[in-house]
Design a protein around this ligand. Sequence first.
Ligand SMILES: Cc1cc2nc3c(=O)[nH]c(=O)nc-3n(C[C@H](O)[C@H](O)[C@H](O)COP(=O)(O)OP(=O)(O)OC[C@H]3O[C@@H](n4cnc5c(N)ncnc54)[C@H](O)[C@@H]3O)c2cc1C
Length: 202
Amino acid sequence: MPVLAEALRHVGHVTIRNRGTIGGSLAHADPAAELPVALLALDGKVVVQGSAGTRAIGAGDLFVGPMTTALEPTEILTSVRIPRPDAGTGASIVELARRHGDFAIVIAMALVHLDGNGRCDMVRIALGGVEGAPARMEAAESGLLGAEPSGAAIEAAADAVAAGVDPIGDIHASESYRRDMTRVFVKRALAQAVERAKGGVA
Ligand SMILES: Cc1cc2nc3c(=O)[nH]c(=O)nc-3n(C[C@H](O)[C@H](O)[C@H](O)COP(=O)(O)OP(=O)(O)OC[C@H]3O[C@@H](n4cnc5c(N)ncnc54)[C@H](O)[C@@H]3O)c2cc1C
């Protein structure tokens, strides 16, 4: 799953990557962190253990707000499960940050699988850094399903994502800049995922 290595390249610097843990980053739930976005796009889940027993939490239910997860105070995250994408799935993660290693202003990740006729039969788009929590963009995903991933279709999906987000504004980027960059980076992620799907590269 080379896209996970690509995601990690955006995380801080060597020391941060060596010391930080995958479980720690997911439990920390920084809205601008890369691994939560990857977990969402890859449709993974975490297994947590507490005094009441063990349960699995899907990525879609894990991130509930800024630095907030669905873990109870008595629970600890013990493992992470990521299903292997179907062969031929193309994946991409792209990011805008002020400097390499900074927390992201926009993270866009896309996964695309094409059927025998070159139409999208699986699309996932996940965003980080834009809203208060990382999120899947399901309405835009549905818009691409069954479609040929032409430049115009990708552009329409990126427009749909940008129109549908509720961006935060802070000292790093205004709300409208984040929305504009969301459009640009979703388009790049989708285009690269489609190219990789055509080439059979995950
Ligand atoms: C200078 C700097 C730059 C950074 N840049 C980036 C970046 O660009 N991108 C990025 O994604 N991250 C970045 N990080 C964050 C870093 O990658 C780690 O993800 C983060 O610090 C968590 O580290 P940790 O694994 O040591 O967890 P900790 O710091 O130990 O824990 C973080 C939180 O999660 C809880 N926690 C940890 N493990 C578990 C568990 N198993 N179960 C339940 N709760 C748990 C802790 O109680 C704590 O509340 C940066 C950090 C620093 C210091």
